[in-house]
Design a protein around this ligand. Structure first.
Ligand code: ZN
Length: 181
């Protein structure tokens, strides 16, 4: 297994639309494993393939405390949405930034698992929010797109400054906070 590099906003590759997965071979299984390892190490609770520069419709999620509930969604399609949830979201591609986003509180999704087997699942709460956040990544969309232009510009400048600071220092200045998706 290997840790993958997570792209950071405003990297234009984060705007790429992911292609459907058609081959469920050993290499694909390795990508799934590497994405889980990368997500746990970050640490985060969700990761879309777009974020590791693999532009395929693949999402991994684990919102459990014990980190033992692995969810894999390949070629996900939302069949139903209902309710509203406002959550303070974070993103591994927008490190250290958290803001409120409104999404559906319940979704029914159809997807394939890592072996290509199709399934349907109802998701509630943080799991539903997380899936919608990750599905946005597959469309080249980021949670900061829901914020005002002014806020987004401030975030871009802040990250730029932090990246420059990181370049001259050996210690990582940004403390981790969850949820990072
Ligand atoms: Zn994200």
């Amino acid at each position: 297994m290997a840790l993958l590099t997570i792209l950071e906003y405003p990297d234009p590759r984060l705007r790429t639309r992911a292609e459907p997965v058609t081959v469920f071979d050993e290499a694909f299984g390795r990508l799934v494993d590497d994405m889980f390892e990368t997500m746990y190490a970050a640490p985060g609770i969700g990761l879309a393939a777009t974020q590791v520069d693999a532009h395929r419709q693949l999402i991994v999620i684990d919102t459990s405390e014990e980190k033992n509930e692995r969810h894999v969604f390949v070629n996900p399609v939302i069949l139903e949405k209902s309710g509203t949830a406002v959550t303070e979201e974070g993103c591994l591609s927008v490190p250290g930034i958290f803001d409120e986003v409104q999404r559906a509180s319940h979704v029914r999704v159809r997807a394939r698992d890592r072996h290509g087997i199709e399934f349907e699942q109802d998701l509630e709460g943080i799991l539903a929010v997380c899936l919608q956040h990750e599905m946005d990544h597959l469309d080249g969309k980021l949670f900061v797109d829901y914020l005002s232009d002014l806020k987004r510009e401030r975030i871009r400048k802040k990250l730029d400054k932090e990246r420059k600071a990181r370049g001259t220092s050996t210690t990582a200045p940004v403390p981790a906070r969850v949820p990072a998706l």
